[in-house]
Ligand binder design. Structure first.
Ligand code: DQA
Length: 142
């Protein structure tokens, strides 16, 4: 089965608990069940890390796999700081879609800049957890 990989960065292990007014009440695990039943023709894999280097290692280890159709990446705060993650995305072959739950452009100015947008295929932000589903639709349509 065709694979899609979702990677979540720092603090996104706390979805459902963390600032629910911004990020909602659903845990990622619960939301993944919804995604997996909706996209049962795909294998939706999930990886979360609070560590920049682990995210880079994951991009390297998966990013040359021809069976992987796309990577949905919510790099969390590393979005705004990590040239190293941007370089990793540039280095790999698998297309990467940048995702944010919140509309980062409606928030503090520090969140308006993304280090990774220019090396991703596209960006989806502001649709709550549905941002992940919209990214999967974008990967499917490619
Ligand atoms: C986020 C937005 C980032 O600015 C923030 O640091 C996050 C989550 C989002 O999904 O809205 O951790 O990527």
């Amino acid at each position: 089965m065709t694979r899609i990989l979702i990677i979540n960065g720092p603090n996104l292990n706390l979805l459902g608990v963390r600032e629910p007014g911004i990020y909602g009440n659903s845990s990622m695990e619960t939301y993944l069940e919804t995604l997996r039943s909706r996209y049962s023709n795909y294998t939706i894999e999930y990886f979360q890390s609070n560590h920049e280097g682990e995210i880079i290692d994951k991009l390297h280890s998966e990013g040359f796999d021809e069976g992987l159709k796309g990577i949905v990446l919510n790099a969390g705060a590393y979005t705004h700081t990590s040239l190293a993650i941007a370089d990793a995305i540039s280095a790999i072959n698998v297309p990467v879609i940048e995702v944010h739950i919140s509309n980062v452009h409606a928030r503090e100015e520090v969140r308006h800049r993304s280090m990774i947008s220019g090396v991703c295929c596209g960006v989806i932000a502001g649709f709550g957890m549905d941002s992940y589903r919209l990214a999967i639709e974008a990967i499917k349509a490619r």
